[in-house]
Design a protein around this ligand. Sequence first.
Ligand SMILES: NC(=O)c1ncn([C@@H]2O[C@H](COP(=O)(O)O)[C@@H](O)[C@H]2O)c1NC=O
Length: 514
Amino acid sequence: MAKRALVSVSDKTGLIEFVKKLVDAGIEIISTGGTKKAIEAAGLPVQSVSDVTGFPEILDGRVKTLHPAIHGGLLAVRDKKNHMDAIAEHGIQPIDFVIVNLYPFKETISKPGVAYDEAVENIDIGGPSMLRSAAKNHKSVTVVCDPADYDLVAESLDENADVPFELKQKLAAKVFRHTAAYDALIADYFTKQTGEVFPEKLTITYEKKQGLRYGENPHQMAAFYSEPIENEATIAAAKQLHGKELSYNNIRDADAALGIVKEFKEPAAVAVKHMNPCGIGTGANVNEAYDKAYEADPVSIFGGIVALNREVDAELAEKLHSIFLEIVIAPSYSDEAIAILEKKKKNLRLLQVKMTDDAQDFVQYTSVRGGMLVQDLDTKGYEDIEDNLKVVTERKPTEEEMESLKFAWTIVKHVKSNAIALVNHGRMVGMGGGQTNRVGAAKIALEEAGEKAKGAVLSSDAYFPMNDTVEEAAKAGITAIIQPGGSIRDQESIDMANKYNIAMVMTGMRHFKH
Ligand SMILES: NC(=O)c1ncn([C@@H]2O[C@H](COP(=O)(O)O)[C@@H](O)[C@H]2O)c1NC=O
């Protein structure tokens, strides 16, 4: 008996070429409305699903293949006599191939302002049912859900119009990934409509963007997955204009740099090493901002990642190529700038990223052994604490100090805890991060700043458990401090600040970053 293929596709890419190969292999084609029309128009033989089911397509296509004549033909186990007897008794013939791709739900909900009813109508029911039936019975049924696999399947057909089991198994696994991801998007869409957060099951889905040469270290395997619906203002959506392929560490560092530079409305430049900022500067233009970021720590920036929130011009490109950098990130580059960087730096990765604000519903996933932690991204900034700032010392910060405190508070949340940042005249002059005690972080920051600590301000991501950090800061010449407050020993820190005429403000908000 001739093999039969059921073909029902929304995306008709490569369809005709593939169906032609199936027909040439002696396979009979059964198809639904629009797909059948396309096959007929190509002059290929095709039978209507309605003729197989003896039932018309109804409910605007909501029911067309949901029928025992289809699912019986897909699910019958070929070497079980009772199965074959049962389908024979009901006049059902086996179906050996399923070529189905689904209603474009993702594309539909990606359209801005799409109507709810349109989204719902684009939930495919019959398609996933056929895919799942065929995939369950993959020992006998070859199931193709992706036009990218058409050639492979056509090339693998043997003289019996069959393909090897290993291929059928791979295609079945792909189907279950495909339908699971499809359902995950639908679940996410409805969950968002209901406003539910942290539901009882986490069904997120990601799409492979690229394989990576290795992970954090060469002995770790890794790949980069991106959200199915692209957010333009992310590293996942960045356009690479030049340079070597991004590595695992590059992607994380670039993400960190982008997160910091997007904090600033004014021209800003950020240099990142190992996920921590080693230089941050703002200025009247991005050139000036870069100079400040560079001067903050001309040693650490070497081999780092630089993110800028304005176009890179030729002048800046000249500066950028004069040191070794892994990546430059910017919203745009002038043609001249690109030409300079491409010519002078063969490997330097140039990324173009939109610098719009982070979406408020950004969620952060952190895996732990045996589980996943989910939280809102820490998007709170200076604007969120501005109205509740409390000056706790005898001396109030001057206007200039206040500007620096704002800058210092904005950046400290991007430094690994325990975090201390020092700021002077629109630039970070010292940073201590990832330390197991706060005064240790402060000592590192102050030592790095050296003379530049004189007249600078200090920010701390969490409260001072003791007054030692204030004392160290005072000795180094710090004039103002911003910190959350909330320690039972706050008064000791305040007293120490008063002793050295330091102005101190409390934000009431903590910015741990582990
Ligand atoms: N309802 C059904 O019985 C059904 N059977 C197949 N489909 C889908 O209909 C689409 C193809 O439709 P057409 O051949 O009419 O262009 C495919 O994406 C297929 O997955 C169905 N539609 C949605 O549920």
